[in-house]
Structures are given as C-alpha cells and as structure tokens.
Design a protein around this ligand. Structure first.
Ligand SMILES: *[C@@H]1O[C@H](CO)[C@@H](O)[C@H](O)[C@H]1NC(C)=O
Ligand SMILES: *[C@@H]1O[C@H](CO)[C@@H](O)[C@H](O)[C@H]1NC(C)=O
Ligand SMILES: *[C@@H]1O[C@H](CO)[C@@H](O)[C@H](O)[C@H]1NC(C)=O
Ligand SMILES: *[C@@H]1O[C@H](CO)[C@@H](O)[C@H](O)[C@H]1NC(C)=O
Ligand SMILES: *[C@@H]1O[C@H](CO)[C@@H](O)[C@H](O)[C@H]1NC(C)=O
Length: 436
C-alpha cells in the first residue's frame, strides 16, 4: 500500500493500522522551538564499534540543545505504554547528517539546493534544522492523513506520547510554514519510521520536501486552469532536478495516491538498467491551502528520500554506512563532490542465526526488528522471514533468519552467540511468542 508521499529510505512507504493513547512531553515542541537551530551539546553519540568491542557505544545521557532548551533522553524515551522510542533512536536525534557538508547526505542536499538557486528567480527558503519532535496533528491531521490511516500505527511510527511523535515525514511542517507566510520552501530533515531490517531500510533517514505556492496572476495568463498549471510547473521543475542530479536520463511519470496531494505522481528514472522511483509529488490539496490562509492559491509539493538517491549516486551498498564514523568511509567524500563512487574498504563475513517461534496475533515483524536493533545495533544487517506455517491447532510458526555483519571488522562467534541469546530472551519476554 502506498500512502504517504516521499519514498522512504528504501522505497517502502508507510503501511498499517491502530492508534495509541496517552500523555505528554512538550507536545508542541515545534511551535515552541521550531525554527531555531539545534545542536548536540554534549558528546556526539559514537557509532564506532572499534573501541573496547562494544556493540553499541551510544551514550545514554546525551543532551540535545534545541534552541536553548535542553532535551534529554527522558523527554523522548519514556517508561510508558504509549512510548515506543528506544535508546538507539534517541541517540540519532540531533546528528543531522544532512547538515554535514562532507557527508553524502549533506552533499546531495547541497546539490539540490544548487539546482533551486540556479533555476528559480524567487528564492526557496531552506529549513534544515526544524525539530523532529512534532505533534500528532502536525504529522498527520495537518496533511489530511485520515484518522484510521495505517501510517498512524504504533507499529510504524515512533510515539513519544499519545499526542507527540518523531516526524515520519518532512510534510509535518507544511502547515506551519504556510501559516508563517512561506510560499517557496525546502525542508530537509531526519525522519523516523519503525521498519524492517535490510540493506535499504533504517529507522531514521532523511527527506527533503519542496513546496511552491502560485498566485492567480501566474496561471491566469497561461490560459490553463490552476491545477493543470501547477502540475505542469511541478513536472518541469522535477525533470530539471533529475537531470541536474543524474544527467541525461530517461524519465517517466506514474500516477500515485497521497493523502495531501491531488493529482499525485511519482517520478521514475531509468538508471543502471532499471526503473527507479526518485520521488513522490503532486498538486497540494486545496483544503490544506484553505486551512492555512491560502484559499485563493494553488501549490505543488514533492518529497524525496535522500538515502535512496545517495545510495545510487555514490554507489553505497548498505544504508548503515551513512551512520558510520569509520574513517575509511567518511574520508571518501568531500564537499561539493556529488557522485564520487564509494570504494568498499573490505567485506567482512556475515553470520546467520535462525530463530523459530509460535506467534501471537499481536506479533509484528517491526517489533521483532526493533528488538534486534536494540540488541545488535548496526551489526544487524538483515532480518528475513524464511519459513512460516500454521498447524492443525491453528498455531502459526515463523522462522526468521538474522544476519549479523559489521562493516568495520570481523565478529567473533562468541559475541554473535551472546547477541543472539539476548535477542531470544527479549523476543520471548516482550513479544508474547513461544520459542520453539
Ligand atoms: C506492522 O508493520 C509491518 C511492516 O510495516 C507490516 O508488514 C505488518 O503487517 C504490520 N502489522 C500489523 C499488525 O499492523
Ligand atoms: C483543469 O484542466 C484539466 C485538463 O484540461 C481537467 O482535466 C481538469 O478537470 C480541470 N480542473 C478544474 C478544476 O477545472
Ligand atoms: C534549469 O537550469 C538548466 C541549466 O541552467 C536548464 O537547462 C533547465 O532547463 C532549467 N530547468 C528549469 C525547470 O528551469
Ligand atoms: C499469546 O499470548 C498469550 C498471553 O501472553 C498467551 O497466553 C498465549 O499462549 C499466546 N498464544 C500463542 C499462540 O502463543
Ligand atoms: C506465510 O506463508 C503463506 C504461504 O505459505 C503466505 O501466504 C503468507 O504471506 C506468509 N506470511 C507472511 C507473514 O509472510
């Protein structure tokens, strides 16, 4: 099911059901601190695994400074049934890969900025440090995501409390920016989605949102109606962007559906012998403009997943690498150098562990993946369902294969066994399953 715009890290889009209820962190952090800069005030969480063989050397007590207000782990990770944010996710807040000029994500962001600076006389305002903690309303209601929409699920979205989430898309900022009077803007930021584990999916990734408002005099002189005018302008803009990033590629437009645009499209390019989705976009639903003081206007919006494009442009084979502090990775990229091909420094052997259990109705693969990531961090390369059956009594068994591999070193049998033991323990105690 394709739902929210914006290709995610790997292209999977939000799915799934259910909602949650609960309590309160500053539930309107965005409004309070939204447009100020924020930075990590204490040590940056270190993802490096080299020192003292710790799987996860992520400090738990890092404090984020958001516009002068300190956000601690306790504000984000709470011992409360409505909170499903693990420590490992908290440590990603404030890392801002997209604001690092020598990081592939930052290099790609800057290349897109260049395109908009060169091609448009009206400057697009750039926002790249809006707080990722947003209200449920900003994340969903403001962009017309229905109350029963699958993407609101606790299975898919990180809830801080019943009214506050880690944004699952940069569209969460559209309404506020419109109300501020913005008419041309780009929003880049880290977004959060509970997800599966494989080479293209990671629970934190980066998106860029583009938004442009037109006034009646712009389309009236064109002789076509406002919707068609905006759609045409949108396509021209994005075809130009794709050429700017990928060169003279073949492109095609696919009709799509997103709650906040109509009509909606996806742009695909033919690259390295296959069609690849680059972004989702469309003409903004009139209701959004109307609610935010732009009833007489028309607008387009697009959203793109930066990791997915960076993986292709820089030939980065595994999404975990973006988070690596290993110099053999970080030293390969320089400011302004889009598309320098990543050279694999070494490939360490994977280690496979299978695990079978009887599942319960409440079981979800995302919950399993969350446990695996919690225990193994970036050593978890893939979690794959390799067998499933239902017996005569109606009990369903799943067998998962967990692939462990470090991108930086060889793992010992002993440490893998310890990780697997811990995964088994947690799966049994937290997921209502019976190990076989
Ligand atoms: C939970 O999410 C996963 C992946 O997004 C999906 O495949 C699964 O069906 C969902 N399960 C439930 C119960 O919502
Ligand atoms: C605008 O024009 C297009 C193409 O001619 C047409 O399909 C569409 O229905 C029109 N929309 C409105 C709101 O008039
Ligand atoms: C953007 O600029 C390039 C070169 O400067 C030009 O070839 C292209 O047509 C422009 N695209 C748009 C949408 O203006
Ligand atoms: C589901 O969970 C409940 C409560 O933990 C347990 O009693 C039951 O045996 C489980 N069912 C299966 C099929 O494992
Ligand atoms: C389990 O296997 C059946 C067919 O044997 C398949 O239809 C179903 O989708 C599988 N379940 C999952 C969660 O993959």
């Amino acid at each position: 099911m394709k739902m929210l715009m914006h290709a995610s890290s790997g292209g999977s889009l939000l799915r799934v059901t259910v909602a949650v209820s609960g309590l309160c962190v500053p539930s309107n952090l965005f409004r309070r601190y939204g447009f100020r800069h924020y930075s990590v005030s204490t040590a940056l969480p270190s993802i490096s695994t080299k020192k003292n063989n710790k799987y996860l050397s992520q400090p738990i007590n890092a404090v984020l400074d958001i516009g002068g207000t300190k956000i601690t782990k306790d504000d984000v990770v709470k011992d409360d049934p409505t909170n499903n944010v693990p420590d490992s996710i908290f440590t990603k807040l404030g890392l801002q890969l997209h604001n690092r000029d020598k990081h592939p994500i930052g290099i790609l962001k800057n290349a897109i900025y260049d395109y908009f600076d060169k091609n448009y006389t009206t400057e697009f305002t750039k926002f790249d440090n809006l707080c990722p903690i947003v209200s449920l309303k900003q994340n969903f209601d403001d962009v017309l995501v229905p109350a029963d929409h699958v993407s609101r699920s606790y299975n898919d979205t990180y809830y801080i409390d019943a009214q506050t989430v880690l944004r699952c898309h940069t569209s969460a900022h559209q309404a506020e920016l419109l109300r501020m009077g913005q008419t041309h803007f780009l929003v880049t930021g880290d977004v959060y989605r509970r997800d599966s584990i494989d080479s293209t999916h990671y629970p934190v990734f980066h998106q860029m949102e583009g938004f442009r408002v037109f006034s009646p005099d712009e389309w009236e002189k064109s002789g076509i109606n406002s919707t068609s005018y905006a759609a045409e302008e949108l396509k021209k803009c994005l075809e130009g962007l794709a050429r700017h990033l990928f060169g003279a590629v073949e492109m095609r437009w696919i009709d799509a559906y997103f709650p906040f645009t109509s009509p909606s499209f996806e742009l695909e390019i033919y690259f390295q012998e296959k069609w690849m989705e680059v972004l989702g976009c469309g003409v903004v639903e009139q209701e959004i403009l109307k609610r935010n003081g732009r009833a007489d206007n028309v607008a387009w919006a697009f959203g793109l997943g930066l990791e997915r494009l960076a993986m292709v442009l820089f030939e980065i084979p595994d999404i975990r690498l973006f988070w690596s502090n290993d110099e053999r990775f970080t030293s390969q990229f320089s400011k302004g150098q889009l598309g320098v091909k990543f050279k694999q420094f070494s490939k360490f052997p994977p280690c496979y562990k299978d695990m079978s259990f009887w599942i319960n109705d409440s079981f979800t693969e995302n919950n399993l993946c969350e446990i695996v990531r919690g225990v193994a961090g970036d050593l978890a390369e893939e979690v794959q369902l390799i067998d499933n059956f239902t017996n005569k009594k109606g009990m369903t068994s799943h067998c998962y294969r967990i692939v462990f591999r470090s991108m930086e070193r060889s793992l010992t049998d002993e440490e893998i066994n310890q990780l697997q033991l811990k995964v088994r323990e947690e799966v049994q105690s937290k997921l209502n399953v019976v190990l076989r």
